[in-house]
Design a protein around this ligand. Sequence first.
Ligand SMILES: [Zn+2]
Ligand SMILES: [Zn+2]
Length: 152
Amino acid sequence: MAVSRDETVRRVGSMTAALRDEGLRLTHQRLEVVREIAATDEHPDVESVYRGVRARVPTISLDTVYRTLATLVARGLVVRVATTEGAARYDAATSPHHHYVCTRCGSMRDVVDAALDAVDVPDGVRALGSVETVEVRMRGVCAACAEKGVLP
Ligand SMILES: [Zn+2]
Ligand SMILES: [Zn+2]
């Protein structure tokens, strides 16, 4: 499911404002990084963002991608999602939601579900501290991989 055009435009607007706030010049390269991450819900890693931008801006450096994403993460406009499988993934959907991760192809899909949001946190966890949000991560073999019979 692609990100709607309206939502992409909204995200690009807040992201470019944040970069300006940080005193960063809105270069063509930074703008393309913003466009790339704002328009996707595929939770790309840094390398994937880099590859996507490089197709349009061959002079982009991995460092520029990394620093631009880091600034957006620091400003809360992109969420860095750590994974056990490999590189961290970047998510421009900042409202709380859950993820389904395929253990074969690594695809990460958003799951929005009120029942998961309202999951009953055990008392033992409450003893550790306050709980502001709960992120549930489901892992398994996605339908596309299962259909292709992809082996682990
Ligand atoms: Zn898969
Ligand atoms: Zn997500």
